[in-house]
Design a protein around this ligand. Structure first.
Ligand code: FA5
Length: 348
């Protein structure tokens, strides 16, 4: 072991350009069976008077090698860290990656159109529970259990005797029990019917319910309101049509249709069509009585008997199908990205 060995080791250390390479050099000189370690081990074989000087010499070499190793190791570690930081550097000034934007579902767009119209007319817009009890969904709406109208709406029953509401009309009852007249509301939300689906019927669909109660409200007010809605949807020349119909909770009752002007009428040869939108009528006195009964049971004054009002209920799916040219109601809820993707990004 000489100064030459030291120079040779320090040179190897300085030249090592990876931590693994440095480790190999370290093993070669100061590892368990490295050169320096072996030299130290051989000290015992020397005559005692030579031992001290030789030991000091080897230790000096070892210290020089250790010092070179430590320094090189820290240099290599710093270089590795710098390289990693450089490769992982984030340029915060780069423009971000665009996220796929969602869009409003066509039903919500139609709901928004409708609620804008009714808000302008001073209506409160409310929602209500989808799980209902029989009393609010049927009885209080003048549909007793033996009434044939119950066959009109096949119902999803829950095990506890409650049901999925078959229309938004039970919210008429709930709202009147909680509020005194005069009132103007529209209710938006999902409804459920146990029926076979086809291109125009779903088992889950939506309704918009309207209710106006006050003094001296007449059928003329109802017709004017529906006509105003039609103009809001289809422009100033929109037409509406009423036909007598039967709903247990109205007297008289009617169905209404709105004339839809086909924007491509000239090309397609179909100028437009009557869109059967929903049912309406004057609130049946039995409904007011049922509301007052419920109010009385809650210790509230009877304030509805003697009032007049009108109500209507319509399906926004029908409007959306025409507006967006969707030929089958089932497309709305099949979650097919090819359908809903067409509504991505634009919010209007
Ligand atoms: C009713 O549900 C009454 N509650 C409406 C009403 C309210 C009348 C207030 C009078 C006063 P009807 O069952 O006709 O009525 O349904 C109303 C509208 O919901 C229909 O005109 C139609 O647009 C829509 N609709 C009914 N069944 C379905 C279905 N299976 N799929 C999609 N839309 C439907």
């Amino acid at each position: 072991m000489t100064e030459n060995h030291q120079e040779e080791a320090v040179a190897a250390i300085t030249q090592a350009d990876t931590l693994d390479g440095l480790q190999a050099v370290k093993t070669r000189y100061v590892g368990k069976s490295g050169l320096v370690t072996r030299e130290l081990g051989a000290l015992g074989k020397l005559p005692p008077k030579e031992r001290k000087a030789r030991g000091a010499q080897i230790n000096a070499v070892r210290q020089a090698i250790d010092a070179a190793l430590t320094e090189r190791e820290s240099t290599l570690k710093r270089t590795a860290l710098d390289a990693r930081l450089a490769s992982e550097a984030i340029d915060v000034t780069l423009p971000g990656l665009p996220l796929p934007a969602g869009g409003l579902h066509p039903i919500n767009r139609v709901y928004d159109d409708l609620t804008r119209i009714y808000e302008r007319l001073g209506y409160a817009v409310i929602e209500g529970p989808e799980v209902e009890d029989e009393h609010h969904n049927f009885e209080a709406l003048n549909v007793p259990w033996y009434h044939p109208a119950r066959d009109l709406q096949d119902t999803f029953w829950l095990e506890d005797g409650r049901l999925l509401r078959t229309h938004t009309s039970p919210m008429q009852i709930r709202y009147m029990v909680d509020h005194e007249p005069a009132l103007k509301i529209v209710v938006r939300g999902k409804v459920y019917r146990y029926e076979a689906t086809d291109a125009t019927h779903e088992a889950m669909f939506h309704q918009l319910e309207g209710l106006v109660v006050g003094d001296g409200i007449s059928m003329a007010d109802l017709k004017g309101t529906i006509a105003e809605m039609a103009r809001g949807l289809y422009g100033p020349s929109a037409k509406v049509r009423f036909q007598p119909s039967y709903y247990p909770f109205t007297e008289p009752g009617a169905d209404f249709a709105v004339w839809w002007d086909n924007p491509r009428g000239a090309v397609s040869g179909q100028p437009g069509k009557w869109l059967e939108l929903g049912g309406c009528g004057m609130v049946h006195p039995n409904v007011f009585k049922a509301v007052d009964d419920l109010r009385e049971a809650e210790g509230k004054p009877r304030v509805y008997e003697g009032k007049t009002g009108f109500a209507f209920g319509l399906g926004p799916e029908r409007i959306a199908m025409l507006k967006y040219g969707i030929p089958d109601i089932r497309y709305f809820y099949a979650n097919d990205p090819r359908v809903l993707g067409q509504f991505r990004g634009e919010l209007g």
